[in-house]
Design a protein around this ligand. Structure first.
Ligand SMILES: CC(C)(COP(=O)(O)OP(=O)(O)OC[C@H]1O[C@@H](n2cnc3c(N)ncnc32)[C@H](O)[C@@H]1OP(=O)(O)O)[C@@H](O)C(=O)NCCC(=O)NCCS
Length: 169
């Protein structure tokens, strides 16, 4: 793999395509009885999310091709920053793309003045949970939701030390 370039992206179609290609593989086990959302549905979802004035989406590219995305924004429910929609194409998992997006999103939230950040993750998504836990995210006990009929748990992280964003425990 060549260098990973992370840049701001306001193109809902690009983000929707990355989202769909990722969850079609990664989430099939969590939603065994339903088809993934269509590209049109996801594009509409991302257009709505990007209309939030606090939202900034980032896309990672390798050799110019989009391979992953994430969104940083103010949380609508909690008084902190929020990251959502961290999606990396399965073909490039394990090559550092997710980490690059994660670190860049935390930097954005810190620069926006947030002192903590939160995120939701499917409780059974051990791969993502391990990633977050190795990067300083702490499970918020008892804070759960199931918007799509699958349990999600919430993690929180302090944003005070920028130099720590790329560190693992
Ligand atoms: C989770 C995800 C974003 C990680 O992206 P990635 O590009 O593979 O991430 P990286 O290569 O930077 O690796 C980050 C972490 O993923 C985990 N990981 C990477 N490769 C892995 C593998 N082969 N097996 C298990 N975990 C692995 C590790 O915890 C790794 O952290 P480490 O380097 O400290 O060990 C990606 O797998 C993905 O898009 N999954 C589906 C969507 C998803 O679950 N998103 C999170 C929603 S909250």
């Amino acid at each position: 793999m060549t260098d990973i370039a992370v840049t701001v992206c306001a193109d809902a179609a690009v983000i929707a395509a990355l989202h769909r290609a990722t969850i079609t593989v990664a989430y099939s086990g969590y939603f065994p009885h339903s088809e993934p959302p269509t590209l049109a549905e996801l594009e509409a979802l991302w257009a709505t999310r990007l209309a939030d004035p606090t939202a900034v989406a980032l896309v990672a590219r390798c050799d110019g091709s989009p391979v992953g995305s994430v969104m940083a924004s103010a949380d609508r429910e909690f008084a902190e920053g929020h990251i959502a929609g961290l999606h990396v194409l399965p073909a490039v998992w394990g090559m550092g793309v997710g980490s690059s997006l994660h670190d860049a999103a935390l930097m954005l939230l810190s620069e926006a003045g947030h002192h903590t950040a939160g995120l939701w993750v499917i409780a059974a998504n051990n791969r993502a949970r391990r990633m977050y836990e190795r990067r300083g995210w702490v499970l918020r006990q008892g804070v759960e939701q199931d918007p799509y009929g699958v349990l999600e748990v919430r993690y929180q992280r302090e944003l005070r030390l920028r130099k720590d964003y790329g560190q693992r425990t």
